[in-house]
Design a protein around this ligand. Structure first.
Ligand code: AMP
Length: 504
């Protein structure tokens, strides 16, 4: 039995000379380089004593070799564990202690700082890999043979552990199997009609499920080409746009590009599909994009633990503000968070999903895992949502962001939508802040446009008559920007901390 995920990928390889990745520095990795390079990586890992099931952790900058390392792990039967490049040594120590990898790979420049951390966590071997194939792993890679007999792995074996972003409590390691990754990518190739003619603009990080699995696995299974950029850079993306057929981005990509005068119908005319996910795309952004380029952005919804769950249709109506329908093979239901019983269409509740896409559980947390699954196998996503009369799923926000004021549930999204509709408002975030009378006070943090004279009273009076009294914000705070993480998610936990004392 070969390594299931790699076998699924390699059985669909296009011509070996076809470009798999064109890096921003001009270096091209062909599909032959991919096959040889992942064999080299697998060989290096095995020679260093990596056994099937061992973890290989990496905190490295984005490069084609990082993808080769990921596939090398898969072929060697190891578990790839990518780490956010923003993590501090203190955070890295937690991940290494929790995951106990056999090998830790870091940037050459970080070696001095991270070696003691790895030693403290009991990691036997530290290697380095830089973006120009430098570092000790770069050297071993260059010297290794381009052939490897894959270690047998089935669909139920682990291919990767991705730690969740952990906005509340410690982040947890989501265990993803070969079958989870292969099945979801095959579904996406089909659903989004990817072929070997596709050229994807890839400016996402590759330590996260979006850039690593949604983008990379889908293009690998289609035999397409990725244009790698180190990060979101509107000028660079627009330069690549005429050569590309598709782009995957978080909503920030779309707002940044809309703010660029170079975004025109002409520059996007070769694109067949713009995809957005990882955070809510404002309906307004969807409409502006349509008006400016003539393209309807396709919004989809997924998470580290589940891969992709829903998508707007490829052929049908891509509804602004909705995340579409459950993907083929995925079951989705909305339940009452308290009683776990399914609730009627149109009402807000907890989104639960089941399917071959759903992870195996949290690394070394069997009890936590058990509480996140229903007895019939549905995973409790933690996202609140509803299904509209046309069957489209709408995300209302994370359950933990729900505000309970005076005993009433306030869904932040409903208040944010009303605030965003006020002239002069660019965007808003609604949070619950401790309040002596109400338990939590509904609080709005608002970004207004530079010329707007809108003030707190103006927002409050605009909402009168539009929202029930208990939903109206007791305080409105104006800021220049909302705090966001690299995946474009508004960090409501940061806002809650910043404004924790405004009612006391
Ligand atoms: P992550 O595990 O970092 O990918 O984050 C997953 C979370 O991002 C989900 O549970 C949702 O809360 C959020 N998310 C992903 N896609 C969307 C979307 N299209 N609209 C709204 N929220 C989304």
């Amino acid at each position: 039995m070969p390594a299931y995920l790699y076998e699924t990928i390699s059985s669909r390889f296009p011509s070996p000379n076809k470009a798999f990745i064109e890096n921003h520095d001009g270096v091209v990795t062909t599909y032959r380089d991919l096959a040889d390079g992942s064999a080299r990586m697998a060989g290096v890992l095995m020679a260093l004593g990596v056994q099937p099931g061992d973890r290989v952790a990496a905190q490295v900058d984005k490069s084609p070799e990082t993808i080769l390392l990921y596939l090398g792990c898969v072929r060697a039967g190891a578990i790839f564990l990518p780490l956010n490049t923003a993590y501090t040594p203190n955070e890295i120590e937690y991940f290494l202690t929790d995951a106990e990898p056999r090998i830790f790979v870091c940037e050459p420049r970080s070696r001095e700082k991270l070696e003691p951390v790895a030693a403290k966590a009991g990691v036997a071997k530290v290697l380095t890999l830089g973006v120009i194939r430098d570092g000790s792993l770069g050297d071993l890679f260059a010297a290794a043979p381009p052939k490897f007999v894959d270690v047998a792995r089935g669909p139920d074996d682990l291919a990767a552990i991705l730690y969740t972003s952990g906005t509340t409590g410690r982040s947890k390691g989501a265990m993803l199997t070969h079958g989870n990754l292969a099945s979801n990518a095959l579904t996406l190739v089909d659903f989004w009609k990817f072929t070997s003619n596709d050229v994807l603009i890839h400016a996402l990080p590759i330590y996260h499920t979006h850039g690593l699995f949604v983008a990379t696995n889908t293009l690998l299974l289609a035999g397409g080409t990725m244009l790698f950029l180190p990060k979101l850079d509107a000028d660079a993306i627009l330069r690549l746009m005429p050569r590309a057929t598709t782009m995957m981005g978080v909503p920030t990509f779309y707002t940044r590009l809309l703010a660029h005068p170079g975004l025109t119908q002409e520059v996007t005319k070769n694109i067949r599909l713009f995809i957005s996910g990882s955070a809510p795309l404002l309906a307004e952004t969807h409409r502006e994009w349509m008006a400016r380029t003539g393209h309807a952005i396709l919004e989809r919804y997924g998470m580290t633990e589940t891969n992709m769950n829903t998508s707007n249709p490829y052929g049908g109506d891509r509804a602004p503000g909705a995340v579409g329908f459950p993907l083929p093979g995925v079951s989705l239901r909305i339940t009452d968070p308290e009683t776990a019983t399914p609730i009627a269409q149109g009402y807000i509740g907890m989104i639960e999903v089941k399917g071959p896409n759903v992870f195996k559980g949290y690394w070394r947390m069997p009890e936590k895992t058990a509480t996140e699954f229903r007895p019939d196998g549905f995973f409790i996503t933690g996202d609140l949502g509803k299904i509209d009369e046309r069957g489209y799923v709408h995300i209302v926000g994370r359950g933990k962001d729900l505000v309970i004021s005076g005993g009433f549930n306030v869904y932040p999204k409903e208040v944010e939508d009303e605030i965003d509709a006020i002239p002069g408002v660019i965007e808003s975030a609604v949070i619950g802040v401790p309040h002596a009378d109400f338990g939590e006070g509904v609080t709005a943090v608002v970004v207004r446009d530079r010329v707007s004279a809108l003030d707190e009273k103006g927002v409050q009076s605009a909402l009168e008559g539009r929202l029930a009294k208990f939903k109206q914000p007791k305080r409105v705070i104006f800021v220049d920007d909302l705090p966001r993480n690299t995946m474009g998610k508004v960090q409501k936990n940061v806002l809650r901390d910043t404004y924790a004392k405004i009612y006391s």
